[in-house]
Design a binder for this molecule. Structure first.
Ligand code: HEM
Length: 86
C-alpha cells in the first residue's frame, strides 16, 4: 500500500515468535522522525532501539552490521524523504 509505505505492521507468526514490523516512516510520534541519525544507524547495524532495548528477529541486523558508514547514511537520508505515516 503506497499510502502506508514503511509504516510497519503484521509480518510473521510461528511457534517461536510473532513479528510485527516497526513504523520506520518519519512520523515523530509513531515512527522514527524524532530519532537522531546515530540512533537510526544503531538500530540498523546493531539491532538496538532508541530506548536501548534489543530488537527481535526477523530484522537481519547480522547482515546490516557490515554496512559502511556511507551506505548507512544513504539509507537514513532516504528514510527521511518518506511521508510520515502514523
Ligand atoms: C535497510 C532495510 C531496513 C531498515 C533501514 C530497517 C530499519 C528498522 C528500524 C530503524 C527499526 C527500529 C524501529 C523501532 O524500534 O521503532 C526496525 C525494526 C524492525 N525491523 Fe527493520 N529495517 C530494515 C529491514 C528489515 C527487514 C528485511 C526485516 C524483516 C524481514 C525487518 C524487520 C523488522 C522488525 C520485525 C522490526 C521490529 C523489531 C522489534 O521491535 O523487536 N527490517 N527496522
Amino acid at each position: 500500500m503506497a499510502e502506508k509505505n514503511l509504516a510497519g505492521g503484521f509480518m510473521e507468526e510461528n511457534p517461536a515468535f510473532r513479528a510485527v514490523a516497526a513504523n520506520i516512516a518519519p512520523d515523530r510520534e509513531t515512527g522514527i522522525g524524532a530519532w537522531s541519525d546515530a540512533e537510526i544507524a544503531r538500530a540498523i547495524r546493531e539491532g538496538i532501539r532508541r530506548d536501548g532495548r534489543v530488537m527481535g528477529p526477523p530484522m537481519p541486523c547480522e547482515l546490516y552490521r557490515k554496512l559502511s558508514d556511507a551506505d548507512t547514511a544513504a539509507i537514513i537520508a532516504y528514510l527521511r524523504t518518506i511521508p510520515p505515516q502514523d
